[in-house]
Design a protein around this ligand. Sequence first.
Ligand SMILES: [Zn+2]
Length: 80
Amino acid sequence: MKNGKCPKCNSTEIYMKHGGLQQGYVVHVSPANTRLVTTDDYICLNCGYLEQYVPHVRIVLKDLATTWRRAAAARGESTR
Ligand SMILES: [Zn+2]
C-alpha cells in the first residue's frame, strides 16, 4: 500500500494523508497511560481498502509492549 499499489485489487489509485480519516485516536497503553496518536492513512479509491500506520511507532508507543499482548501469544490463548 505504501508503494502506491493496493494489495487487494492491485489498483494504483492510492491516496495518503496524515490524519486523513481522523485527527487522532486515544490509544490506551494501560488504564492510567493514554496517548493521542494521529495515523498516516492510505486509501484505495478503486475498492475502498484502507491501511493506517502510526508514524514513528517505536518512539510514540515504546512502552505499549509492556501492557499489550504479542499477537501470536494472544492467538494461542483463544484456542484454549
Ligand atoms: Zn483496492
